[in-house]
Design a binder for this molecule. Structure first.
Ligand SMILES: C[S@@+](CC[C@H](N)C(=O)[O-])C[C@H]1O[C@@H](n2cnc3c(N)ncnc32)[C@H](O)[C@@H]1O
Length: 296
C-alpha cells in the first residue's frame, strides 16, 4: 500500500485529527494558534491548506472566519463529512503539494498543520512561493523532533519493535499456536520479556499483547485454533500498521537545522519568515511554527 493509499484508508474512517486527540489540551493550543492567525483572513480571501487530511485546520478557520474561500489539498482521497454542506470549503484530492493546481500569485493565505513536512521538498517549497500573492501570508505548523507528540511516538515505536522482534511475544504465540513450542516455553518468553523491558512497557501495547496471548491460549484450549490464529494475525497487522505510521511521523519531524534550511529557502523566494516553537501549558514543545509574508 502506498503512503497516499494508507492515508486515504485513515481519512475514510472519518477521523478529523491525526496526530493529536480532538479532546486534548494540546488541541486547544493548536486551536489558539490558528485563531490568532485567522485575524489575517479577510472575508474575500482565498485560503489554501496544504496536506489537509480531513481538513482539521479548515474546520477551525471556517469557524473563526466563515466568509473566506477555503480549499484543502491532499494526495490522499479526502471528502470529509463535516464539509459536505459547507459551500465555501472544498477539497482537491489525489494532488501532491509539489504540483499545486493554482495559478501564479492567486492565493491570499497558505496554511498547513503537520502536513507540509510530509511532502516537503524543493518543489513543494517553490510551489508555496509561486501560488502565494504578493503580501500574502502563510503559517505552517510542523512536527518538532523533541515535541510532546514525537517523543511519545518514539517510545511507542520502540515498544512495538520489542513485541514484534524475533523470538519475542508475537512470534512466541504464533509458534505456540503452530505447535512449534509448548506452554512452558511460551510462558518463559513472556517472563523474560517483562523482566528485560519492564520500565518501558505500556498498557496499550505490551498490555494489549499479553491480553491477546491469554485469549488466544484460551481459544486454543477450547479447540478453536482458527479463531486464536485470526486474533493473533489481527493484532500483528495492527501493530505493523501502527509501526509504519509512527516511523513516518518520526522521520518527518524536523530538527532546528532543518527548519533553518526551510526558512532559508523561503527567504530566497522573497518571503519574510519567523520561526517559533508552539508550547503546551506546561511549557513543553508541541511543534514548530513557521510563518511569514511574501514581499510586494
Ligand atoms: C499527519 S497528516 C495531517 C493532516 C492534517 N493537516 C491535520 O492536521 O489533521 C499528514 C497529511 O499529509 C498528506 N500528505 C503527505 N505527503 C503529501 C504530499 N506530497 N502532497 C499532499 N499531501 C501529502 C497525507 O495524505 C496526510 O493527509
Amino acid at each position: 500500500m502506498s503512503n497516499a493509499q494508507s492515508w486515504t484508508h485513515y481519512w475514510q474512517q472519518g477521523h478529523v485529527e491525526s496526530c493529536i486527540d480532538n479532546q486534548s489540551s494540546d488541541n486547544n493550543e493548536l486551536k489558539r494558534a490558528w485563531q490568532t492567525f485567522s485575524a489575517l483572513i479577510t472575508p474575500e480571501a482565498c485560503v489554501v491548506d496544504l496536506a489537509t487530511g480531513n481538513g482539521s485546520v479548515l474546520k477551525k478557520l471556517a469557524e473563526f472566519k466563515p466568509h473566506a474561500e477555503y480549499v484543502g489539498v491532499d494526495y490522499a482521497t479526502v471528502d470529509p463529512q463535516w464539509a459536505i454542506n459547507v459551500k465555501n470549503v472544498n477539497f482537491i484530492s489525489d494532488t501532491s503539494i509539489d504540483a499545486l493546481p493554482f495559478s501564479n500569485e492567486s492565493v491570499d493565505i497558505v496554511t498547513s498543520q503537520f502536513g507540509f513536512e510530509y511532502g516537503m521538498n524543493a518543489n513543494a517549497i517553490k510551489e508555496l512561493i509561486r501560488v502565494l500573492k504578493p503580501r500574502g501570508y502563510f503559517q505552517l505548523i510542523i512536527h518538532h523532533e523533541q515535541s510532546e507528540i514525537v517523543l511519545p511516538a518514539k517510545r511507542r515505536h520502540h515498544e512495538i519493535d520489542l513485541v514484534l522482534a524475533p523470538n519475542s511475544l508475537v512470534e512466541a504465540i504464533e509458534r505456540y499456536l503452530g505447535g512449534l513450542i509448548d506452554a512452558p516455553a511460551l510462558e518463559s518468553t513472556g517472563k523474560t520479556f517483562l523482566e528485560k523491558n519492564q520500565s518501558t512497557l505500556s498498557q496499550s501495547i505490551s498490555g494489549q499483547c499479553f491480553s491477546v496471548i491469554n485469549k488466544a491460549v484460551e481459544l486454543q484450549s477450547n479447540n478453536d485454533l482458527s479463531s486464536a490464529v485470526q486474533l493473533v494475525a489481527r493484532l500483528k497487522d495492527s501493530l505493523v500498521k501502527e509501526l509504519a505510521r509512527l516511523s513516518h511521523l518520526i522521520t518527518v519531524a524536523q530538527s532546528e537545522q532543518k527548519i533553518d534550511w526551510l526558512a532559508e529557502q523561503l527567504n530566497k523566494g522573497q518571503i519574510k519568515v519567523e520561526i517559533a516553537q508552539l508550547e503546551t501549558n506546561e511549557q513543553q514543545i508541541l511543534a514548530w511554527v513557521v510563518k511569514g509574508q511574501k514581499h510586494e
